[in-house]
Design a protein around this ligand. Structure first.
Ligand code: GLN
Length: 237
């Protein structure tokens, strides 16, 4: 099994590495751009996206991270990692932090409110159901969690979450034009896949359930096979 990189600047990278270990896979801590060359896929953990972005900038990681995504290497962002991967964010007071981008989504950084409004919820995720009829529900841990408010046509929604209309807008922003009108929606998106990119607004690494990690490893494996078979066809032709 190819090595999985875990961006280890800040946040729950140790928990991701532990979850991978439980599946018999080695997670490699990534702190420098050149280390990305040693891994086939990458997990960007949850944490605090502004701090993570500042550290990524300090270590000159953005060009290499963008290249990694552009090369269609498998990348999974959880929570702050999801924010990092989005093309657009909303819900911050000023311009916000630098993003890697690639995921055709608009993400509200703190949609569900502050730390004390963190919660757990049972999500329905058909993609996680096993062929043997295993459950499709997953207990999501949402910590100061973001939500996806808009997703482009290539984005596959893996899970959404119903929002009671009274709770629909919870902003840390005082800027009027950022008060996007989600009032008409009854659901927000909390897990997506777009080709090589997987993103979850919650923290599977903080639970004992490793199905999201298995899902990502399978996705990484399939993407790797596609990449190597296209390499073979280049050589053959
Ligand atoms: N909303 C947080 C941020 O802006 C992310 C929270 C998390 O990763 N648990 O960074």
């Amino acid at each position: 099994m190819a090595l999985v990189g875990v961006l280890a600047l800040q946040g729950s990278f140790n928990e991701h590495i532990a979850a991978l270990r439980r599946l018999g896979v080695k997670g490699v801590e990534i702190r420098k751009p050149e280390q990305l060359q040693n891994v086939a896929s990458l997990i960007i953990p949850g944490g605090e996206s502004t701090t993570m972005a500042k550290l990524a900038e300090y270590h000159n990681l953005f060009p290499a991270l963008r290249e990694f995504v552009k090369m269609r290497r498998p990348v999974w962002g959880t929570c702050a990692g999801l924010i990092f991967l989005a093309n657009k964010t909303t819900g911050q007071k000023t311009g916000g932090q630098e993003l890697i981008g690639g995921l055709d989504c608009t993400v509200h950084r703190n949609f569900f409110g502050s730390q004390i409004q963190s919660f757990e919820a049972e999500l329905s995720v058909p993609e996680l159901a096993s062929k043997e009829g295993g459950p499709e529900t997953f207990r999501g841990v949402f910590i100061r969690a973001p939500a996806i408010l808009e997703a482009g046509p290539e984005v596959q929604v893996l899970a959404d979450y119903p929002v009671p209309s009274k709770q629909l807008w919870h902003s840390d922003s005082s800027v009027e034009d950022q008060k996007v009108s989600v009032e008409v929606e009854s659901k927000v998106i909390v897990a997506v896949r777009q080709g090589n990119i997987l993103a979850t607004a919650f923290h599977p690494e903080l639970t004992a359930d490793t199905r999201w990690h298995s899902y990502f490893l399978k996705m990484a494996n399939d993407t790797g096979e596609e990449a190597s078979s296209s390499l073979v066809s280049v050589h053959v032709n």
